[in-house]
Design a protein around this ligand. Structure first.
Ligand code: NAD
Length: 274
């Protein structure tokens, strides 16, 4: 006789451990804050030691120094990634959640795209997500209690933007990686999902750095006008903020999404729909 299956109640993530790459960046920091609000311990991995230190100091003041750690790590280096997980295991005993988010942005016409730029995108985005994901998988498997991974990819992993061939291809690789992780993780209770942001301008170093300055200059607009441009062309006529990506990430990482794996949540103000 078939029993009525009940929806699992949302379990609080209190006491879980989340590792967030690019945690000192705009989106990464918002993701970390959202997790800390839920009682998760966070380990921030970032290549930018100065930004990492100031972010960890600020978050420690706000949430307490026992719940947040920073580890300088280059996600393109296998040695560096393995060392970061070893450090996390020593500090907190393991990892329950991985948010793979560290990234760069690049724009270049196809003809001018050098092999070096192509390789840089592949190594930070595709290879970086593979390495941090594989180590999380190994650790979660050894722990034997499942786990959850969220890959922050991009709208550009689904559709191309003009003159961003290396970035678009690498973001598509991240999305396909997540499906392989979901497939091999399922028997072990390890889920893997994707959040695809569209342009997140405010709060992001990518956008406040040379990328947006170049884009703004190329289009002869200020950065504020650039944000307005993305907002106005969106279906919802709303800007996407780091906090929006953090909320979607929290949902997918938590038991609220216990029955979703290999999925994509576009946080794009509707842009991928039409
Ligand atoms: P950001 O520049 O503010 O943060 C990225 C962080 O990654 C930085 O702190 C940087 O130091 C770190 N990082 C770069 N290379 C690294 C490496 N080799 N090892 C470890 N850390 C490294 O950018 P963001 O806007 O917060 O972007 C976060 C993610 O979101 C990226 O994967 C990006 O591609 C994606 N994304 C961003 C947007 C956007 O509009 N901002 C849109 C779509 C997707």
């Amino acid at each position: 006789e078939a029993k009525l299956q009940r929806m699992p109640k949302a379990k609080p993530l209190v006491g879980k451990v989340a590792l967030v790459t690019g945690g000192a960046g705009g989106i990464g920091r918002a993701i970390v804050e959202r997790q800390l609000q839920e009682g998760v311990c966070a380990v921030l991995l970032d290549i930018d030691a100065a930004a990492l230190e100031s972010t960890v100091t600020e978050l420690s003041k706000k949430f307490g120094k026992d719940v947040v750690r920073g580890v300088v790590c280059d996600v393109t280096s296998e040695e560096s990634v393995i060392a970061a997980y070893a450090r996390t295991a020593i500090e907190y005993g393991g990892v329950d959640i991985l948010v793979s988010n560290a990234g760069i942005a690049s724009a270049s016409p196809l003809e001018d795209t050098t092999l070096a730029l192509w390789n840089r995108n592949q190594s930070i985005l595709a290879t970086g997500y593979f390495l941090v994901g594989r180590e999380a998988f190994r650790l979660m498997k050894a722990q034997g209690v499942g786990g959850s991974m969220v890959f922050i990819a991009s709208k550009n992993g689904m559709v191309a933007s003009n003159q961003a061939v290396a970035y678009c291809a690498a973001k598509a690789a991240e999305i396909q990686l997540s499906r392989s992780f979901a497939l091999e993780g399922a028997p072990l209770g390890i889920r893997c999902n994707v959040v695809n942001p569209d342009a997140v301008i405010r709060g992001s170093k990518i956008w406040t750095g040379t990328w947006s300055q170049e884009r703004a200059a190329a289009n002869k607009v200020s950065e504020e006008e650039l944000e307005a441009f993305y907002r106005d062309r969106s279906m919802l006529k709303r800007s996407v903020f780091p906090e929006d990506i953090a909320e979607a990430t929290y949902f997918l990482a938590s038991e609220l999404a216990a029955k979703s794996t290999g999925n994509i949540l576009n946080v794009d103000a509707g842009n991928l729909a039409a």
